[in-house]
Design a protein around this ligand. Sequence first.
Ligand SMILES: Cc1cc2nc3c(=O)[nH]c(=O)nc-3n(C[C@H](O)[C@H](O)[C@H](O)COP(=O)(O)OP(=O)(O)OC[C@H]3O[C@@H](n4cnc5c(N)ncnc54)[C@H](O)[C@@H]3O)c2cc1C
Ligand SMILES: *[C@@H]1O[C@H](CO)[C@@H](O)[C@H](O)[C@H]1NC(C)=O
Ligand SMILES: *[C@@H]1O[C@H](CO)[C@@H](O)[C@H](O)[C@H]1NC(C)=O
Ligand SMILES: *[C@@H]1O[C@H](CO)[C@@H](O)[C@H](O)[C@H]1NC(C)=O
Length: 558
Amino acid sequence: MLKQSVRIFSRNLKSQSFSRGLQAPIPGKFGYKRPIAGLVLGAAIGGSLALSDWSIYNDQFSSTTPLQELQPPQYCQDEVEFSEAVEKLKAVLNNDTASFSVSKESLDSHSDTYFNSHHATPEQRPGIILYPHTTQDVSEILKICHEHAIPVVPFSGGTSLEGHFVPTRSKWTVVLDLSMNMNKILKLNDLDLDVEVQAGVPWEDLNDYLGEKGLLFGCDPGPGAQIGGCIANSCSGTNAYRYGTMKENVVNITAVLADGTVIKTKRRPRKSSAGYNLNGLLIGSEGTLAVVTEATIKCHVKPIKETVAVGSFPTVGDAAACTSRLIQEGIQLNAMELLDDNMMKVINRAGATYKTDWIEKPTLFFKIGGRNDNIISEVVGEVNRVAKMHGCHKFEFATNSDEKLELWEARKAALWSVINEGKAKDASMNVWTTDVAVPLSRFSEVIEATKEEMNTSGLGNAIVGHAGDGNFHALILYNNQQRSKATEIVDNMVKRAIAADGTCTGEHGVGIGKRTFLLEELGDGPVDLMRSLKLAMDPKRILNPDKVFKIDPNDHEE
Ligand SMILES: Cc1cc2nc3c(=O)[nH]c(=O)nc-3n(C[C@H](O)[C@H](O)[C@H](O)COP(=O)(O)OP(=O)(O)OC[C@H]3O[C@@H](n4cnc5c(N)ncnc54)[C@H](O)[C@@H]3O)c2cc1C
Ligand SMILES: *[C@@H]1O[C@H](CO)[C@@H](O)[C@H](O)[C@H]1NC(C)=O
Ligand SMILES: *[C@@H]1O[C@H](CO)[C@@H](O)[C@H](O)[C@H]1NC(C)=O
Ligand SMILES: *[C@@H]1O[C@H](CO)[C@@H](O)[C@H](O)[C@H]1NC(C)=O
């Protein structure tokens, strides 16, 4: 009874607000098409609702926003207006020529990279790159871009892999690069185990800084990535299995919304149930909801002792099954990385480590940590036992910390080593890096099937995996004639992962390259809800347009 009257009451409220909305410029706020069905239904119901009221009611108050209900976004495409806006943007940066750039080189490097899986067309270049100094600069810039409906692409280290920062709206786009002037570590709260940083800090610099204090940053994405991009892509890496992904490592965020509003998502508690999870909303939003300018990040205490163990297995499936089993048995490790036989061959040939005679078989690298040697040797014993069950007969241990570091760096450099080899054979060689994640019990079967398809494809390839999270990457080399073969492998890999109840991306994100897969993974409802959130926060759709999902019914790119 109570519920019923509440519902009627709120319905009345809505009807009041939409009739007020008629005088305000609410119709078409998001550029909705007025659905004919709404009009017909409105006419049939008649009563106190005017026809147009009903259609607004229908548009404005649906929970989700299907693409077909949108009008194309109306961006500034007027030369005079755009250049006037650009002058205003420069003035925000004191007309300082070091704080913006229009050189071909920087327009190119802010649009695409060699290792992107989804590339920009030659026309897809922004109008200008801005290097703001403060959150206030970013706010002023966004106010201007919002006023003139100018697309803004935030940019950090440029290491993302799915066309995340392609300026799809070409020369009418402004790129905001925080790396040059907003790259400071602001404050370490060592007793709280958190650190306040600006968004342009490279994660490796942060990690070096923390390392001197016996601490570490929990994520380790591509070399050169920065905190803003880490948050935007919800990155993780080899350490995520132990320390969590970016989603678990952010305490609070300072962000600038599309219209220039500055928000701080929280204070600095380790946990909080106060209100919506705005951190969760921004982490992984790929620059489409807000520009992150500062963040407070959790730090972890470095393991007092840690050793690296390496073991090889008959097949990738065996190696994968071993990692899943270790987790199912509750054996705590600091990292578990999987490298297939091809990857081991590349590492040997590249001479990237002190050793160049690694067994060229599917291999697991483990980080085993603890407070003392006894604890470590106990865990080593457990790992040995489980590994034997899966066909691994011998472990090698790094004998000193240099070796330990080298091993991990060889793993981090996997992509570069594969690229170098490919290019040495054929200068026109491209690389495609793709990533999926599946539930642990399906890891072995999905990775095995992918390996088999890659092995028979005739294309250069390697598999590396953050095995502790059921997450793996395929690196595929292809020349222009082989592009469709590579596409097929990636499609099948993603479909296989989704069919196993997994995800189209465990850590690289969606960008443009995986928009279709996101729909396949989740279906329309959740993606239409994301679109509603996007429109609520960025009604003019200026922030990193066309990423994660489509926002323009005229966007026919697959
Ligand atoms: C060799 C290599 C290895 C990699 N290994 C891993 C790995 O192990 N784990 C992993 O997770 N990833 C990995 N990656 C992918 C990549 O490093 C991560 O996705 C990383 O988080 C991207 O950060 P970035 O600073 O380079 O962001 P960019 O590429 O500059 O931007 C990424 C996205 O974030 C948005 N963005 C950037 N800055 C901001 C901001 N301040 N506010 C709002 N949005 C912003 C951009 O618009 C874009 O959509 C690897 C990449 C390479 C090249
Ligand atoms: C920037 O240059 C414009 C003219 O192009 C001028 O009007 C404005 O005052 C300058 N602003 C600053 C902060 O230097
Ligand atoms: C986090 O909250 C603290 C306390 O309110 C504040 O000092 C800090 O600036 C905030 N950091 C960010 C990045 O919002
Ligand atoms: C790869 O393919 C070859 C034959 O094409 C086969 O002999 C080999 O067993 C395959 N390896 C894997 C790991 O599937």
